[in-house]
Ligand binder design. Structure first.
Ligand code: HPA
Length: 237
């Protein structure tokens, strides 16, 4: 069933077994332009740019997920199910829920808590917590250690809503469920991996903090995010 409605390549081999997924298409392009060699673009449908190339001689792909669970839900499903992708590593930004989550810290999401209906609607999954794949997490931690980039392994919140009327609600989510930061995609990605028998992980860089109100500029982010990208790129095969 390829091409799919959202990915245009007719050749499965144009996509590597491991795909890095930033939310932003221009960040996918930045990664391809900055870090990859022998790059070939395999998708531009809706400007959701996808590229395959080599990193240190090993093959890897990078494609955007867009923002939110419905969006990453579509792209990750098509990559896993129809393009035989085995590993998807989300590389995104998150908002810290505690002062301990400092700007630019790198967090590995061991699991995601969510009030989203995504997993229940998609596959009848009843729990509100889904884990990432342990083997991928172990590899990512090893690569982070080798690169001497500090990384913390945490529970995160995957939210359907960026602008909540009750801003203070984050405190309750932090206290009740132990989530240290918020983003908007991991829960759906982890679910799709689980139902399709594939692997998923989520690396995040803290871009803002709800407790301290610190924010990064888009320029600062570009540079700081390279730490997370370098860890993930080591997963090239
Ligand atoms: N909320 C949701 N997603 C995010 C945030 C946030 O504050 N920061 C970065 N991704």
């Amino acid at each position: 069933m390829i091409p799919t409605p959202h990915i245009e390549t007719k050749n499965k081999d144009e996509i590597a077994k491991t795909v890095l997924m930033p939310g932003d298409p221009l960040r996918a392009k930045f990664i391809a332009d900055t870090f990859l060699e022998d790059v070939k673009q395999f998708n531009s449908v809706r400007n959701v740019l996808g590229y395959t190339g080599t990193y240190k001689g090993r093959r890897i792909s990078v494609m955007a997920s867009g923002m939110g669970m419905p969006s990453i839900g579509i792209y990750s499903y098509e990559l896993y199910k129809f393009y035989d992708v085995e590993n998807i590593i989300r590389i995104g930004s998150c908002g810290g829920y505690t002062p301990d989550a400092k700007l630019y810290d790198v967090i590995l999401a061991k699991d995601a808590w969510s009030e989203s209906s995504y997993a229940k609607v998609q596959g009848g999954y009843e729990s509100d917590i889904i884990e990432g794949t342990e083997a991928l997490n172990e590899s990512l931690i090893k690569h982070a250690n080798e690169l001497e980039i500090p990384i913390s392994v945490e529970r995160i919140h995957s939210s359907d809503v960026f602008y909540r009327e009750n801003f203070e609600q984050y405190k309750e989510i932090h206290e009740k469920y132990g989530c240290v930061a918020v983003e908007m995609e991991a829960f759906a990605l982890f679910h799709n991996a689980k139902v399709l028998g594939k692997n998923a992980a989520c690396l995040l860089t803290v871009s803002d903090n709800l407790a301290t109100h610190e924010v990064t500029t888009s320029e600062e982010r570009q540079n700081a995010f390279t730490n997370m990208m370098k860890i993930a790129l080591e997963m090239a095969e």
